[in-house]
Design a protein. Structure first.
Length: 270
């Protein structure tokens, strides 16, 4: 249930994010948005339990690396394609999540969970060949793989942090703060006006809700199942886009979304 609710929040974040790319430079947005994300839970930091060890520090740094790969890939795709296509691309993430879970958390993984992940993969591969205008085919697939691997493995690392006793506040505040510093340095937000702050912070509230639900879900269940549930996000975004445009979604994206739902159902049923 937590993962499904996270998928709803993720769909809302994707829709808002796509709207931002029509007004502001995508890569410059990343650092500013991470700053806003960190500020949402930062007031809770003095009241949270904090744990530190070499393993925890390494996992935090690994989280930031995965977030960097994911953010660049996702925002490039949002800048070039629809929110539904981008979220369908990230639906590949159950595969790396399942592999990472099997290797690092074998006690939480069942081989039958791979069935749902494979269905999701087939759906994405069938739908995304020309989904992003302005990106060549090689660029598209590099970003799809970056988004999928980053998203899926981040869920696994989140579970590993939970197993080390790291709470939601520490997990979220540390990695978003470090990512904010990294991206502000890499892509200085020179063209992001101050008047955009309320809209950016509103988006941060939705994204923070998504990540809090995701962290709680990953700490309590198998990352492979959690990530497969999150693959329902494209269905929600497709519904919104179709309702707003009063038109039917592209056939390939619609077919992929339906197969994603089948993969999620298979994963949970088995």
């Amino acid at each position: 249930m937590l993962a499904v609710l996270a998928a709803v929040a993720n769909a809302g974040a994707a829709i808002i994010s796509k709207g931002l790319t029509t007004r502001l430079p995508a890569r410059q947005l990343i650092g500013v948005l991470y700053v806003c994300n960190a500020l949402v839970l930062l007031p809770l930091a003095p009241f949270a339990d904090w744990r530190w060890s070499p393993a925890i520090v390494a996992l935090h740094l690994l989280s930031v690396g995965l977030m960097a790969i994911t953010a660049i890939s996702v925002w490039d795709m949002l800048d070039a394609g629809a929110a539904s296509a981008t979220t369908t691309a990230t639906a590949l993430s159950p595969i790396p999540a399942a592999i990472g879970t099997a290797i690092l958390l074998p006690g939480t993984f069942r081989p039958v969970q791979a069935v749902g992940a494979v269905l999701v993969t087939v759906a994405v591969l069938a739908a995304l060949t020309d989904a992003f205008e302005g990106l060549d085919r090689r660029g598209t697939w590099l970003r799809v793989l970056g988004a999928a691997c980053g998203t899926g493995l981040l869920t696994v690392v989140t579970r590993l942090l939970g197993d080390e006793g790291v709470g939601v506040v520490e997990t979220y505040v540390v990695r978003t703060s470090l990512a904010a510093i990294l991206f502000v340095a890499l892509f200085p937000p020179r063209d992001i006006p101050l008047r955009a702050a309320p809209r950016l912070f509103g988006r941060a509230l939705v994204v923070t809700l998504y990540f809090v639900l995701l962290i709680l879900a990953a700490q309590q269940g198998s990352p492979a199942v959690v990530q497969t549930c999150l693959a329902t996000t494209p269905l929600l975004v497709l519904g919104w886009e179709s309702w707003r445009a009063r038109r039917r979604p592209p056939a390939r994206i619609l077919a992929a979304a339906v197969l994603v739902l089948a993969g999620v159902t298979a994963s949970l049923a088995l």
